[in-house]
Design a protein around this ligand. Structure first.
Ligand code: BGC
Length: 247
């Protein structure tokens, strides 16, 4: 099924048509900067632009950096607080005239990696992390999925701040950290994750995962740790798969 997938990020909103059986984008990706402030009406206006650009009608899958329960967003770490408690899925459907399935951005990226990428056929506990503006997480146990984990918001000992404010890709960029400095921060974070969850496999996604050679060598875990195979496309592909499967 060809389905529109949209990934709402802290800096860009990206969409493409996806072949959901193959897990592949079948058009170029359209990227529109995220409106600032990223309030619901402004962001939903961009979704409408993306739908119009592809002259699309049909189910739409959308990933958003928030906790999503039954179409309602319940947190807003890198978007405007107006999303908290907002019936986002319904508002998106009304604005676009298409049925919308909304999920957490890291959850849908994780779904794509499990189905088509580095997690294919992997049993045991598999954890997918997206490193970007924040740190997103998705957890699968024997292929079954635990939604809405927010492991970027763990507190690390003595840090007095969320882990994502210490180790996200945004922090590497803002603080101009060397790969080694950032790698050490990631090592602290993933060793703590490993202590808490003992996963068999950790998959690292987000745009920066294409530079995995620079930072993965600093992360020493018992678990196998690998870059995502769908890289930055996982969010779009996973969102489309979620919508295709729910319709
Ligand atoms: C948000 C998550 C999101 C992650 C990656 C975090 O700040 O709380 O919901 O998955 O960023 O975008």
């Amino acid at each position: 099924m060809i389905t529109l997938g949209i990934d709402i990020g802290g800096s860009g909103i990206k969409g493409a048509l996806v072949d959901t059986e193959k897990g592949e984008m079948v058009t170029d990706r359209l990227r529109i900067p995220t409106p600032q402030p990223a309030k619901p009406q402004a962001v939903i206006g961009v979704l409408k632009e993306i739908v119009d650009h592809f002259e699309y009608s049909g189910p739409i899958g959308v990933g958003i950096p928030a906790i999503v329960i039954k179409g309602v967003t319940h947190s807003a770490a890198n978007i405007d607080d107006d999303w908290i408690g907002y019936a986002s899925q319904q508002a998106m459907a009304e604005a676009t005239g298409c049925p919308v399935v909304l999920g957490n951005d890291a959850d849908v990226a994780g779904l794509a990696e499990m189905r088509f990428g580095a997690g294919q056929g992997q049993l045991g506990t598999v954890m997918i992390f997206t490193l970007g503006t924040g740190i997103g997480s998705a957890v699968f146990v024997n292929g079954r999925f635990l939604p809405n984990t927010e492991l970027g918001h763990l507190y690390l000992r003595n840090m007095k701040r969320d882990a994502e404010d210490y180790a996200a890709e945004r922090i590497r960029d803002e603080k101009n950290l060397s790969w080694k400095q950032w790698g050490k921060r990631l090592n602290t974070y993933f060793q703590h994750i490993e202590f808490l969850f003992s996963p068999e496999l950790i998959i690292i996604g987000g745009g920066i995962s294409k530079k995995h050679d620079e930072f993965l060598p600093y992360i020493k875990t018992r678990a196998t740790i690998v870059p995502a195979e769908l890289r930055n496309e996982a969010g779009i592909v996973g969102a489309a798969v979620l919508a295709a499967e729910s319709s």
